[in-house]
Design a protein around this ligand. Sequence first.
Ligand code: ATP
Length: 364
Amino acid sequence: LRVLAIEGTAWAASAAVFETSDPTRPDDERVEIYTDAYEPDSGGIHPREAAEHMHETIPEVVANARETAREWADESGGVDADSHDGDARQPSDDDRRSREASPIDAVAFSRGPGLGPCLRIVGTAARATAQRFGVPLVGVNHMVAHLEIGRHRSGFDSPVCLNASGANAHILGYRNGRYRVLGETMDTGVGNAIDKFTRHLGWSHPGGPKVEQRARDGEFVDLPYVVKGMDFSFSGIMSAAKQAVDDGEAVEDVCFGLQEHIFAMLTEVSERALSLTGSGQLVLGGGVAQNDRLREMLREMCDQRGADFYAPEPRFLRDNAGMIAVLGAKMYEAGDTISIEDSAIDSNFRPDQVPVTWREADDW
Ligand code: ATP
């Protein structure tokens, strides 16, 4: 099984190829990811500039992924152009006659959530690629992909999932055929909150790695800590952090205090979710999960409870088409494909809107 995937919800114009003989097992697979990152000259991510970046770079990353798919197909003896003839969603006979032999079985793409102008370009590229090869299209929820890659690579059965990404922050648990949002940010995503603080300092985007770096030399400062049940909020702490710097606190100390507070909030809700669900497994996903201190705090909490903790390697944490390909393959195997007509993007696509077709419906 070989799936080509395209991602482009915000900053990463990315395409990947995933190949496996069994999509439920990570020990027999390969994934190649090609990413061209949008880096704003100043300020944060501007939707129009991000869309222009997608427009300019998606063709090239997709071409790279196509080439890799072709090489892998050649290694394994190639794919017959008519191997998908039984699928009712395939193009007409005329289309089929003119299309080239397909090195892939399906095209997966991120349907949302994300920036509408970027998603539309990705959707168009995915539809065109699927039609070119006459293979089915799979519409993937980007947030579910952020957490499924952790479940897939860890082999965990039913973990609690913490999504710590740029535009989002959720704590999720699987129950009765869906990922349920147990808690989430009441305002901005966790990475976006950190980036807003660093914009105030005049630092370039993304701010997260710079805060991590500066926090290494810092000491604790007190900032607002807001957790309500399993929801949490970052807007108060951001304003207070900006104010603290304006009032003359050392930047290193504010960075340190910021990380300690924000990551403690995420760790507290993760522990509460583990306790509520009775799950003994936690997986972490999203770009902020590249932060060593966040992973350290979560691992320590899990050790203290006797729970297992897993964070995928960095290339699967930040936005990337690899995670879209892996989940796309599972959905394809489950028959969860969509027609071109039904493949409109959804910039507010929530993870709990997705029927989880690729695993058995069971309880915690
Ligand atoms: P989403 O996946 O919700 O659409 P997104 O597209 O913005 O969000 P991600 O790639 O998941 O993106 O995450 C990007 C975010 O990760 C940025 O806000 C960036 O500052 C943050 N980030 C990257 N590295 C680190 C780090 N080492 N520490 C903290 N934050 C980081």
